[in-house]
Design a protein around this ligand. Structure first.
Ligand SMILES: Cc1cc2nc3c(=O)[nH]c(=O)nc-3n(C[C@H](O)[C@H](O)[C@H](O)COP(=O)(O)OP(=O)(O)OC[C@H]3O[C@@H](n4cnc5c(N)ncnc54)[C@H](O)[C@@H]3O)c2cc1C
Length: 572
């Protein structure tokens, strides 16, 4: 498969025993496989459900972010019907080496320091921002003029600023923010800045302007080849369950049961690999709880209902959190919208040439270049920031608003105009859902209930944030920008009632793919990421956050993986 020139082992080529087995070669799994295999004495197996697939299109930002079309590197699941919006939501996850960093929007955000510090105050010792910043820095290579005391320049994982605004709607959005008193945050990822206002968002693109997934950053083909003696990377293989036994009062994983991803669970196809030291589960916030529960670690009642012998009664799968988002969609001039790519073939050809010749243009996916962060407690009843209440340095914003040069669903509305939207996201939800087994088939999708907006505070804060969006949209119009509500309330925030906002929430509510907290620090895993009651089983991925971080998640997930690798390497 060009240019992936090395061959990776398949199930039948694996050894019988490894020191470390990493379950899931996604965002966290690739980092861990790299770090733990640095020592040639450590024999490491990385198992990934999806393919290695490394076609050129999978590295071009615009094409690779089209996850809804490309099912090879993305897995689609459905949630259960969400009570507040009266329908299920479409869930996507990365499926392949690099996991969700193969399909995500590449935003690099670490989140406000105040949030991590709160975790530490609540018992997650070692997970405050000061403890985590060395791990953010270790992984990072910031290719822009960034404060060296908080940014890394030697790490494997490149991020860069997106360049000047590609669409004038972003200029107008920035001006609308300033007019409302939301100032520019010079560097979103510098904890010395107040995290409220508007900011440009760095993205994980390398110097060739390719998507820099954790696969390419931490496990590029040359590295896999160089470490082939002690690192085996096995794609297209699913971990069906872990075989766990009791040993001196603790549970210990003895082996892992693997099978081909596409096959059926059958004892003939299943291969058992023995584990000498540790298993680290990195299957993501939806996959990790599924594997633990199939292995007998989870809520006793649920496991018993499924006929699974209970080894450890623990709240695996509970505490599911996500960032719920709501679109407000507008019609704008066609040249200001990604829809132009679909409507004007010559423009598209020019953009392809421009990308290959100069590394610029629409193929870099400049669909979101800025985001607005606000605290609803600092807004008045019309959604306008209060002048007499200023945020502090360690504030945690509870709302993010992203202007998008695209509007889902508007393609058919008016062939002469383009789509633009504001995506409003509740960053610090109180609502919690769950991941449960649907049955005992490891290949079946689990049952996912997000339970979005199930608290009054979440609903009120979302309405409040939508009022701020109406003010921003009106701000664009006041600058003479040709923006017209299409699937959005009228621009006049003062006359729009709560019922109109609630309709918007119901009709345009969605996931923003930030599933977390199903094997949370403190309840399921200890501060060393070891699953409580076990001796040699850790979890390291988005499932361990005590609550969903108030940011995009790939950078915090990489920091978790770095910290986990450090803990493992320091004891063995
Ligand atoms: C569409 C989309 C857009 C996003 N945009 C952004 C963004 O712009 N910026 C940002 O910071 N965050 C973004 N996120 C969120 C972020 O990418 C994820 O939260 C993060 O990458 C999750 O990392 P993870 O290691 O927990 O899981 P993943 O990266 O999803 O990795 C889990 C891996 O485990 C594998 N796996 C699961 N079960 C098994 C099994 N039984 N056996 C073997 N392998 C298994 C999966 O195939 C997958 O590769 C986005 C997410 C999505 C889906």
């Amino acid at each position: 498969m060009w240019p992936f020139s090395i061959s990776l082992p398949s199930l039948k080529d694996l050894d019988e025993e490894y020191d470390y087995v990493i379950v899931g070669g996604g965002t966290a799994g690739c980092v861990l496989a790299n770090r733990i295999s640095t020592d040639p004495q450590n024999k490491v197996l990385l198992v990934e459900r999806g393919p290695a697939d490394d076609s050129w299109a999978s590295r071009i930002p615009l094409f690779s972010a089209n996850f809804a079309e490309d099912h090879k590197l993305a897995r689609k699941l459905d949630s259960e019907e969400e009570p507040v919006i009266g329908r299920p939501v479409d869930i996507f996850q990365g499926n392949g080496l690099g996991g969700s960093t193969r399909i995500n929007h590449m935003f690099y955000t670490r989140g406000p320091s105040g949030q991590y510090d709160r975790w530490e105050r609540n018992g997650a010792e070692g997970w405050g921002f000061k403890s985590l910043i060395p791990y953010f820095i270790k992984a990072e290579c910031a290719e822009y003029d960034a404060n060296p005391s908080v940014h890394g320049s030697d790490g494997e994982w490149i991020n860069r600023q997106n360049g000047p605004f590609f669409y004038s709607s972003f200029e107008h959005s920035a001006r609308a923010c300033e007019a409302l008193g939301l100032s520019r945050i010079p560097d979103l990822n510098d904890p010395q800045n107040v995290p409220i206002g508007w900011a440009t968002i760095p993205v994980t693109r390398d110097s060739n302007q390719h998507r820099h997934s954790t696969f390419w950053a931490f496990l590029p083909p040359a590295l896999i080849h160089a470490r082939r003696i002690n690192l085996h990377v096995c794609p297209n293989t699913i971990v069906e369950r872990l075989i766990i036994e009791k040993e001196q009062g603790h549970l210990a994983v003895r082996s892992v049961a693997l099978g081909p991803t596409g096959g059926q669970a059958s004892s003939k196809a299943t291969v058992h690999i023995r584990v000498r030291r540790e298993v680290v589960v990195c299957a993501g916030a939806l996959g990790s709880p599924q594997i633990l529960m199939l292995s007998g670690i989870g809520p006793a009642e649920h496991l018993s209902d499924m006929g699974i012998p209970v080894l450890q009664d623990t709240p695996v799968g509970e505490n599911l959190q996500d960032h719920f988002g709501v679109f407000n969609n507008y019609l704008v001039p066609l040249h200001d919208s990604l829809l132009r790519v679909n409507r004007q073939p010559l423009y598209f050809i020019w953009e392809v040439l421009r990308y290959f010749l100069f590394g610029t243009g629409v193929l870099l996916a400049p669909v979101v270049q800025m985001a607005i962060f606000a605290c609803t407690a600092l807004l008045d009843k019309h959604g306008v920031p209060l002048e007499d209440k200023q945020p502090e340095i360690n504030s945690v914003p509870d709302v993010e608003i992203m202007p998008l040069a695209y509007a889902q669903g508007l393609a058919q509305k008016d062939a002469t105009r383009g789509g633009f939207s504001f995506l409003t996201v509740l960053l610090t939800p109180e609502s919690k859902g769950s991941v449960r087994l649907r049955n005992i088939d490891p290949r079946a999708a689990p049952r996912i209930d997000f339970n979005y907006l199930s608290t009054l505070s979440d609903r009120m804060r979302m309405r409040h944030a939508l009022r701020l969006v109406l003010r921003l949209a009106r701000g664009l119009r006041e600058q003479g920008y040709q923006l017209e509500p299409a699937e959005a309330p009228p621009l006049d925030a003062e006359v729009v009632g709560d019922d109109t906002l609630d309709r918007q929430i119901t009709e345009q509510g969605c996931t923003t793919y930030h599933y977390t907290s199903t094997c949370a620090l403190g309840s399921v895993v200890g501060n060393d990421l070891v699953v409580k009651g076990t001796r040699n089983l850790r979890v390291a991925d988005a499932s361990v956050f005590p609550e969903v971080p108030a940011c995009h998640l790939q950078a915090p997930v990489v920091a978790v993986a770095e910290k986990c690798a450090n803990m493992i390497l320091s004891i063995h």
